[in-house]
Design a protein around this ligand. Structure first.
Ligand code: AMP
Ligand code: MG
Length: 351
């Protein structure tokens, strides 16, 4: 099969919608990351998503619809969900709600809840309206790899596995949606994203953040959100995060990079725009501005994928505080680094 990346003209969106109704996969842009979509009501089509991604069958999918009114046939929409939708939807927010029987259990990996989202990207909105069915769509990457934020990233992972990728440009947010469980007594963030816990609290009052967000699962621990079990967002190179006071962080990273370089290994450094000059003469790339975390979220996966493309085996990254949007950024960076971290304030302490 030849995969085509197509501009999102009305005609091409109509073609993509036809593919969906025929049970085929489509690459679609959203404001978070690109999705690999299939008709959520077609069991065989949904199975082909898992096959194309190499995704474990016990990791459930998010279903996408254009409008709040389209949700009723598929889940029990409660008062909290309506409040959140009024505030943040369409947008980068996924809600877990009790599932209705119309959604095949393959979508939810047998769970009694279903994850639902209303994407705001105009191309996703048009596609969802054109096909008239809920679209199950995980991120359009090979399972475990950083999520795609451009059509070219999708092509790289999915070539030959689908006919159409709609090119909606670079994803604006750049990180996957916030996942909030609305079936628990206290609404619980299972995956941080563009809608921060603070924003959710401002609408719902009490909201908790699952403590597994900022650490790997313990052996034998049951994940609240099955996706948290797996190695995720990982580049092929070995990524280490370095925390601490910026000049100490730069000193540690430069020393380690020089050591590796002298052993003949190439190293890439991910640094904030504000600190780039500290790494002059080294292979350093900007991961956006420390004073504007939106720019970091927007670039992160692209920078990780670029390191893969350039086959860099060793990567060091600066980090930012895990607050606000920083929580989502550090959740992804942490997983990409398997939570490997050096504390520069410890390493550089005066003896
Ligand atoms: P992705 O489709 O790649 O954005 O991943 C979807 C995320 O939502 C994964 O972390 C899933 O484990 C999680 N998820 C989807 N449905 C459910 C559900 N019913 N219960 C808990 N987590 C879910
Ligand atoms: Mg994913």
């Amino acid at each position: 099969m030849i995969t085509q990346v197509l501009p999102p003209t009305d005609e091409n969106i109509e073609r993509a919608a036809q593919q969906l109704t025929l049970g085929k996969l489509v690459g679609m842009p959203t404001e978070t990351v690109y999705g690999l979509g299939a008709n959520a009501l077609d069991e065989a089509a949904v199975r082909s998503i898992f096959a194309a991604k190499g995704r474990p069958a016990d990791n459930p999918l998010i279903i996408h619809v254009a409008l709040p009114t389209a949700l009723e046939p598929y889940c029990e929409v409660n008062a909290r969900a309506y409040k959140l939708m009024e505030a943040f939807c369409p947008g980068p927010l996924t809600m877990l709600l009790p599932k209705k029987p119309s959604i095949p259990s393959v979508v939810t990996a047998g769970l009694p809840s279903v994850a639902v989202r209303l994407p705001s990207h105009p191309v996703a909105q048009k596609l969802l309206k054109a096909c008239g069915v809920p679209v199950a769509a995980p991120s359009a990457n090979t399972s475990g790899k950083p999520s795609p934020t451009t059509a070219a990233h999708v092509l790289n992972d999915m070539q030959g596995k689908l006919e159409i990728i709609l090119d909606g440009g670079e994803c604006q947010v750049g990180l996957e949606s916030t996942v909030i469980d609305l079936t628990s007594t206290i609404p619980t963030v299972l995956r941080p994203g563009g809608i921060t816990p603070e924003m959710l609290q401002s609408v719902l009052g009490e909201v908790q953040v699952s403590d597994s967000v900022m650490r790997p699962l313990r052996p034998g621990e049951k994940a609240l959100s099955p996706g948290m079990r797996y190695r995720h967002y990982a580049p092929s190179g070995k990524l280490t995060m370095v925390k601490g006071e910026p000049s100490r962080v730069a000193a540690v990273i430069k020393r380690l990079a020089n050591e590796k370089n002298s052993e003949g290994q190439s190293v890439r450094i991910f640094a904030f725009e504000e600190h780039l000059s500290a790494y002059q003469g080294m292979d350093v790339v900007s991961i956006g501005s420390l004073s504007n975390p939106e720019t970091v979220a927007h670039k992160l996966f692209s920078v990780l994928r670029q390191a893969d493309g350039d086959q860099v085996p060793i990567l060091y990254s600066e980090i930012l505080p895990a607050q606000g949007l920083g929580l989502a950024i550090m959740n992804r960076l942490g997983r990409a680094a398997a939570f490997t971290e050096i504390d520069a304030d410890e390493t550089e302490k005066e003896p």
